[in-house]
Design a binder for this molecule. Structure first.
Ligand code: MN
Length: 157
């Protein structure tokens, strides 16, 4: 059995919660927004509705509507004068999605997909992929990253 490092284990937490029905349904839309919001937070240090609209290529009214929903669900906090703050709940989900995203990009590149399509397709796959497939992909990508000697040891285990 190939080991999954701890840093990757948290990828499954969202799924486990989903499977147990403890977490309410997270729509693809919410995930897309949180991913972009976290990106903006990381890259710019602040989050503006205008930037979200640009990144997701959606209208300002749809962004306003989603901002309302995200803040009702406590993923973000909406402040006076248009400031948006991501909460720890939002941060947690956003990070899971980004982890799934980079794993999928890595896998798609291994099989020969170019950077641009790998990025685009990862964004589509990351929401609908099953925990089992994610699990197998992590093991596969890790296995490929091992040296010949390490692979031999894994097989002997
Ligand atoms: Mn993505």
């Amino acid at each position: 059995m190939l080991g999954i490092p701890n840093k990757d284990r948290s990828v499954f937490k969202v799924f486990e919660l989903n499977n147990l029905g403890r977490m309410f349904m997270i729509t693809r839309n919410v995930e897309d927004y949180l991913e972009v919001i976290l990106d903006l937070q990381d890259k710019k240090g602040y989050i503006k509705a205008k930037d979200i609209a640009e990144k997701l290529e959606v209208s300002r009214p749809s962004v306003s509507e989603m901002i309302k929903k995200l803040s009702e669900d406590k993923y973000i906090q909406y402040q006076k004068y248009g400031g948006i703050i991501i909460t720890s709940k939002g941060m947690r989900l956003g990070r899971e999605i980004k982890k799934r995203h980079s794993l999928l990009v890595e896998f798609l590149k291994i099989i020969g997909v170019g950077e641009e399509n790998a990025q685009k397709d990862a964004c589509k796959l990351e929401h609908d992929i099953s925990p089992e497939t994610i699990d197998c992909l992590i093991k596969f990508v890790e296995y490929l990253n091992l040296s010949t000697e390490e692979r031999r040891k894994e097989i002997e285990k």
